[in-house]
Design a binder for this molecule. Structure first.
Ligand code: DX5
Ligand code: ZN
Length: 223
């Protein structure tokens, strides 16, 4: 299992699905080794994306950290399929589980040596995550309403990032902070200043001709 680290996690939701391997390879060519997979079920979010088969096809072909973001109802029913598909990190939404279900899911994933993330939508208060912060490896702050790439950044995400950054310090916790949605050359640096560790970016990076420049704008070092 590949361990989480601070950096850029391109979201393949914005990739050219007819050239997916090439799109991932071009990221790897620029020293990216973490790929974010946005899984959507048409229930928790009003969109469908892809499932374990696609994750499997890419995680078996490339040596990447496979960062799986479940925007789905009943995540416990599907996590084992994503683990078999090669997920190194599985993030579920706090809005989709009870507190007890969340605790059970977190310990199940930990028992299988998978890194666990928990995510919250823009309108979900940070307090909702407090019981789980000592238990998870990753907090994913949504800076758009989940469901679609290419949306505008919601600035209240910056306050959430600052909160989780300070809370981690005050309580000597170890989770990484990731942000997802509307990340570009302006919002990315703002999130990094606020204390984020991992930037998820889709439309700012994929299907562009100047990937190297764009990655540099997000603070990625190519050399
Ligand atoms: C929303 C998705 C998007 C995606 C990134 O459900 O999770 O946030 O990863 O989209 P961009 O970077 O195009 O806003
Ligand atoms: Zn995502």
């Amino acid at each position: 299992m590949k361990k989480l680290y601070p950096g850029i996690a391109p979201s393949i939701l914005a990739a050219d699905f007819s050239h997916l391997a090439d799109n991932v390879q071009s990221m790897i060519d620029h020293r990216i080794s973490m790929i974010h997979f946005d899984i959507m079920d048409g229930h928790f979010v009003p969109n469908l994306s892809f499932g374990p088969a696609l994750v499997q096809s890419l995680s078996s072909q490339f040596s990447i950290l496979t960062d799986v973001h479940l925007m789905i109802e009943k995540p416990a029913l599907y996590v084992d399929a994503f683990i078999r598909a090669g997920a190194d990190v599985i993030t579920f939404h706090v809005e989709t589980v009870s507190e007890e279900e969340a605790r059970t899911l977190i310990s199940h994933l930990r028992s299988l040596n998978v890194q666990v993330g928990i995510s919250l939508k823009p309108n979900t208060p940070v307090e909702t995550l407090l019981p789980f912060l000592p238990l998870v490896d990753l907090v994913l702050v949504m800076s758009v309403e989940p469901g679609f790439g290419g949306q505008s950044f919601i600035t209240s995400a910056l306050d959430k990032i600052k909160f989780f950054f300070q809370y981690r310090q005050d309580h000597q916790l170890h989770y990484f902070i990731e942000v997802d949605g509307g990340i570009d050359s302006k919002t990315g640096p703002q999130c990094q200043l606020a204390g984020v560790d991992i930037l998820v970016a889709g439309s700012f990076l994929f299907q562009k001709t100047d990937i190297k420049h764009r990655l540099t704008l997000l603070g990625h070092s190519i050399s």
